[in-house]
Design a protein around this ligand. Structure first.
Ligand code: COA
Length: 384
């Protein structure tokens, strides 16, 4: 046996674990492709529904394919009485991600074929989760506000229906404003997929054991909840609210850096020269801010980004969570719902990876290097 110390890549940093045809992240050219298409172009020319179809089928839908896909998605939006009761019974003190995780388990428990490896069945499951999770999130938002449940609309597009279920159609609701609907839709497209990130990899690990889609998705939700991953968009807004005044932003960031603390919404494991999704989301955020009186947040955003860039030796730049946090705040969402919104989008990427992993499976099981005590015997008195 070799005495050489094994090469350990902590956090699997830089490790290429497998092939994927779903998306390509290129940190050198600062680009992200979904099935070959630049994400900026998809955000500009397509709807979230078209992107979901692309991720699951490898091609953008024709007009007729999109029409049929949308009819099926709309028909699956309703949730049954049992799921409504489950959401209503969850403690108000729990994080909305806990509600979502439980909702996926509930939906899975009703699927007698949950263990299938049939890609068409998993595509149907994926569409059902994409259609139902916004209904669950909207119900959870409204019950915490003390507002009644608004049933999904089966005529509106995906983003508009969600905004309607959360905010209704009263004056001032973003569901009435085409530009707000489009900004929100863009954020979903940008959040939809990002290769082997922590939650997607979690879904693939669970799938690799031949477990079911719902288990893989609940595991992914758990991974996404963490503040180093999806939870960062919430942390960003908590920080911005804590800073309160753009005049205090520079000093706040400098203090964090001096104390060697992380500034959420900055940095990325793969992108080191800027996150490819940021320019599109930043533009959407600036537009939302213009419509909703958010100049203060834009000013704070710019100061924080400049201070981070100027005061870190590696010029740390914003990631997608930095512009999406204040954009969601300005649209009227409570901060703890930012990560559940991320789930509503990423469910498409997760399930695309579940299908891909299933179609060419190999159990994911790395090795570890042991650094505990040498072999020893259990003391005699414990054996007595
Ligand atoms: N704030 C302050 N310092 C940061 C930072 C941040 N957001 N991101 C990275 N750094 C620092 C690291 O602490 C490290 O400093 P050191 O060399 O003194 O130890 C240095 O920059 C290099 O970091 P790096 O190794 O390139 O980062 P990573 O790949 O280990 O981590 C993240 C990537 C995403 C986990 C990290 O940037 C982070 O925690 N960001 C905040 C959380 C966040 O926004 N997550 C969402 C990701 S999409």
């Amino acid at each position: 046996m070799s005495n050489e110390a094994p090469e350990i890549r902590r956090g699997l940093a830089g490790v290429v674990a497998d092939y994927t045809a779903i998306s390509k992240v290129n940190p050198e050219t600062n680009s992200l492709l979904y099935q070959g298409y630049p994400v900026q172009e998809l955000a500009r020319y397509c709807t979230f529904e078209e992107v979901a179809y692309l991720l699951w089928n490898g091609e953008l839908p024709s007009t007729e394919e999109l029409r049929r896909f949308s009819i099926r998605e709309k028909a699956l939006r309703h949730i049954d009485r049992g799921l409504i009761d489950l959401v209503m019974s969850m403690p108000l003190s729990c994080h909305p991600m806990d509600v979502l995780r439980s909702a996926v388990s509930y939906i899975g428990a009703q699927d007698p074929e949950s263990y299938t490896k049939d890609s068409d069945h998993i595509r149907r499951t994926s569409l059902e989760l994409m259609a139902k999770l916004p209904t669950v999130v909207a119900l959870d938002i409204r019950r915490r506000r003390g507002e009644g449940y608004l049933e999904p609309d089966t005529k509106m597009g995906f983003a508009e229906n969600f905004l309607y279920m959360v905010f209704g159609k009263e004056e001032g609701s973003p569901a009435n404003n085409r530009a707000d609907i489009e900004a929100f839709d863009k954020s979903l497209i940008l959040y939809a997929e990002h290769s082997f990130n922590a939650s997607t990899f979690t879904a693939r690990v669970i799938t690799s054991t031949m477990s079911d889609t719902y288990s893989a998705v609940t595991g992914a939700i758990g991974a996404l909840k963490g503040p180093l991953h999806g939870g960062a968009n919430e942390a960003v807004m908590h920080n911005m609210l804590e800073i309160g005044d753009p005049a205090k932003a520079e000093e706040w960031v400098k203090n964090k850096l001096a104390n060697k603390e992380l500034v959420m919404g900055f940095g990325h494991r793969v992108y080191k020269k800027g996150d490819s999704r940021v320019p599109t989301m930043e533009a959407a955020f600036r537009e939302v801010a213009e419509r909703h009186g958010g100049e203060k947040w834009v000013e704070m955003y710019d100061i924080m980004a400049k201070t981070m860039y100027d005061n870190t030796s590696i010029h740390i730049m914003p990631n997608l969570d930095f512009p999406s946090g204040p954009a969601y705040h300005l649209l009227g969402f409570e901060v703890e719902f930012f990560t559940p919104i991320f789930v509503m989008a990423r469910i498409t990427g997760w399930t695309a990876h579940i299908i891909e992993q299933n179609e060419n499976n190999s159990l994911i099981r790395p090795l570890s290097a042991y650094n505990g005590p040498d072999q020893r015997s259990v003391p005699a008195k414990s054996i007595d």
